[in-house]
Ligand binder design. Structure first.
Ligand SMILES: Cc1ncc(COP(=O)(O)O)c(C=O)c1O
Length: 409
């Protein structure tokens, strides 16, 4: 690059950044360690690239102009209709393509919802812990993120009520509650039906919207989850975002939002990206219509169920003196509770010395907490490797425990 003199140093660029962006912690990255129990991604060998390649060629051949020209901010209507039909079947509601927009993964759905509804200073409520990508997105939009404690069954409803009540009394009414009701990242928890009903009731009483993140919906390892918040609320006041990332491939970047058409119109209005890719939408629909999708998801669930069980057994065999955990009913994660004296940071460092990448718990809390937690991904490694990874992880745990002089429980 030619040097024009003076110029922008790294510090100068940093100083020009929007303050909300400058204050964000860095995102986590993929690990170069031999055993990666950090990245929440599907197994690489399951990626259905051959059928996708056929679907891509068919999509281009069938309508090159449509596939390769701007498609609008709502996205390709036949794919929206396919998603709407699935949502209707699941919720018992009449969901139409007017309820659906297509996004670049659910991450863009969350950002789009934040762009449309969150102004600087607005209050967004999340669980503690919760998905850090959502915390970053809300904060980048200037939100004040307030968190509500979770237990093994997810967000605690009386605590949510107290938070909303306190906010209301201080004139800072919350605008949005963000929740992953199915197979939460990182806690793996699934919100029981009574809590879902309470959540919808509480949110409505306070005039607060709910963002229901369905990133792991479909990765059902113990049968279907309870009714969705969207279904319980009759579709009113709930914005869902979903994705093909976990059921097909993260690299597709094809996700969606589902909400009442009155909300959906506003979401499309708050999009300035010229829409997501009409080519990918057509390709994904061809794949879905090929009949390969449902058996693929079934295969994934069988595969991940085995891995979850292998991981649980290996944790019991090798790591139990140092950790307790609840077996998740779906998704990709174990959320380990470390025994007293151990910290997630020390375990993260010791595990890395044994070649295993895990995620310390603190990054999942908007306002502090999680020092005694570690997240493990069980989806990405085959059973034998997963067992070896947990054995190596347990050596890291023992090392971290001996460093603090803690003995097995
Ligand atoms: C809870 C949750 N929501 C959303 C996302 C974003 O996924 P994507 O943008 O690939 O759909 C993730 C990714 O890990 C996640 O864990």
């Amino acid at each position: 690059m030619s040097d024009t003199g003076g110029g922008f140093t790294d510090e100068a660029i940093e100083a020009l950044l929007a303050p909300a962006i400058r204050r964000l912690p860095p995102p986590t990255s993929l690990s170069p360690l031999p055993y990666d129990l950090n990245a929440g991604v599907p197994d690489r060998d399951t990626l259905p690239w051959e059928i996708l390649a056929d679907a891509a060629r068919d999509a281009l051949a069938e309508d090159p102009g449509g596939a390769l020209t701007y498609g609008g901010t709502m996205g390709y209507e036949p794919l929206r209709a396919w998603i709407a039909a699935r949502q209707s079947a699941e919720t018992g509601l009449d969901v139409t393509s007017a309820h659906v927009t297509l996004t670049a993964g659910s991450a863009q759905g969350i950002d789009n919802i934040a762009a449309a509804f969150i102004a600087p200073g607005d209050v967004v409520v999340t669980g503690a812990p919760t998905y850090p990508g959502a915390i970053r997105t809300f904060r980048a939009r200037g939100a004040v993120v307030i968190d509500v404690p979770q237990d093994d069954d997810g967000m605690i409803m009386p605590a949510l009520e107290r938070v909303l009540e306190t906010r209301r009394m201080t004139g800072q009414q919350a605008k949005l509650i963000y929740v992953t009701a199915n197979y939460d990242n990182p806690s793996g928890s699934t919100l029981p039906l009574e809590r879902r009903e309470a959540l919808v009731r509480i949110a409505r009483a306070h005039g607060v919207l709910i963002l229901e993140d369905d990133a792991y919906t479909g990765i059902d390892l113990d049968g279907p989850p309870p009714r969705s918040l969207f279904s319980i609320a009759g579709g009113n006041g709930i914005l869902r975002c979903g994705t093909f990332s976990k059921t097909i491939a993260t690299g597709l970047r094809v996700g969606w939002t589902v909400a009442d058409p009155a909300i959906t119109r506003r979401l499309a209005f708050a999009r300035f990206d010229n829409g997501a890719s009409p080519f990918l939408h057509r390709m994904v629909l061809k794949y879905l219509e090929s009949g390969a999708f449902d058996p693929h998801v079934q295969m994934l669930c069988d595969l991940y169920r085995e891995r979850r069980d292998v991981c649980a057994q290996a944790l019991m065999d090798f790591a139990e003196p140092y950790v307790t955990f609840r077996r998740p009913a779906g998704g990709f994660f174990f959320w380990l509770h470390l025994r007293p004296g151990l910290t997630g940071q020390a375990v993260f460092e010791a595990a890395a010395r044994h070649g295993v990448a895990v995620t310390p718990g603190t990054g999942y809390y908007a306002n502090g907490g999680g020092e005694d937690r570690v997240r493990l991904v069980f989806s990405a490694l085959p059973p034998e490797e997963l067992r070896m990874a947990i054995a190596a992880f347990a050596e890291g745990l023992a090392e971290a425990a001996s460093a603090v002089g803690a003995s097995a429980r």
